[in-house]
Design a protein around this ligand. Structure first.
Ligand SMILES: N[C@@H](CCC[C@H](N)C(=O)O)C(=O)O
Length: 269
């Protein structure tokens, strides 16, 4: 079976998008997702994105990390599918229904309300998620936020000096996080600007993480360190994150269609 795909990215966080809204595809297993994502032998991406019909929203978006695991949310892919869809839409995800709207060369995404309760992150045991009494090497006293998916956030003097390739996987796999976690290291530049690097659960270091930017901004706002609208600068570029009086988080930033292609399903099954 020959299948079309669209290669897209949001600030360099890249996706293979399969559109099964009009024509159903065979079930996707973790081995298939891993094979597609493999940068040496597959098409190569941080996340495989599957669009399907939905009974509760305009369409459904399923997200598979490069390690094959299916997860609940992806901020950058939400902007990419908004661009692909071409008009405002509601999107069912594992983390809840979100709203997307194309804006120029990108999109605004209403990703919903943050959750701060320790069991909503989830953590293995109860603690204050605004200042957690835990640490790993030079990274300590983080915060945690669930914005559809789980994030832990460390404020540091300089994100570039943190060995995130070493500490990221250690923290991601720590038993404190029973569903593993996305690891964010952030520097507050001023009340309107945060610098951020992310070790993504199931994908490793990426050029950008949209939900990481949302979680980090909201955590910094909760701690009173920045205003309710900020620019978050990632290695791949900038996102604007606003946390409204309605308690909803809105992310605005670019998205790009790189190219289109097709493959034989059985080559990856
Ligand atoms: N790149 C994404 C997040 C993808 C999922 C994440 N790695 C997880 O496991 O939760 C984004 O832009 O938000």
């Amino acid at each position: 079976m020959r299948v079309d795909f669209i290669k897209m990215h949001g600030l360099g966080n890249d996706f293979v998008v399969l559109d099964a809204r009009a024509r159903a595809l065979p079930a996707i297993g973790s081995g298939f997702a891993r094979a597609i994502a493999d940068r040496k032998t597959g098409i190569g991406c941080d996340q495989l994105i599957l669009l399907e019909p939905s009974e509760v929203a305009d369409f459904r978006m399923r997200i598979f990390n490069a390690d094959g695991g299916e997860v609940e949310a992806c901020g950058n892919a939400s902007r990419a599918v908004a661009l692909l869809h071409g008009s405002a839409a509601t999107v069912e995800t594992g983390g809840g229904t979100i709203a997307v709207e194309p804006q120029g060369k990108g999109a605004t995404v209403d990703i919903g309300e943050p959750r701060f309760d320790w069991d909503a992150i989830p953590l293995a045991y109860g603690m204050d998620t605004s200042l957690m009494p835990v640490g790993w090497d030079r990274l300590d006293r983080p915060g945690a936020v669930n914005v559809g998916n789980p994030h832990v956030i460390f404020f540091v003097d300089d994100t570039d000096t943190v060995p995130l390739d070493v500490l990221g996987p250690e923290i991601e796999q720590d038993p404190l996080f029973p569903e593993r976690v996305n690891v964010n290291v952030a520097t507050i530049e001023d009340r309107h600007h945060i610098r951020l690097r992310v070790w993504e659960r199931g994908a490793g270091l990426t050029r950008a993480c949209g939900t990481g930017a949302c979680a980090t901004a909201v955590h910094a706002m909760r701690r009173g360190l920045v205003d309710r609208e900020v620019t978050v600068t990632l290695p791949g570029g900038d996102l604007t994150i606003a946390w409204g009086d309605d308690n909803r988080i809105r992310m605005t930033g670019p998205a790009t269609e790189a190219y289109r292609g097709s493959f034989e399903w059985d080559d990856f099954a």
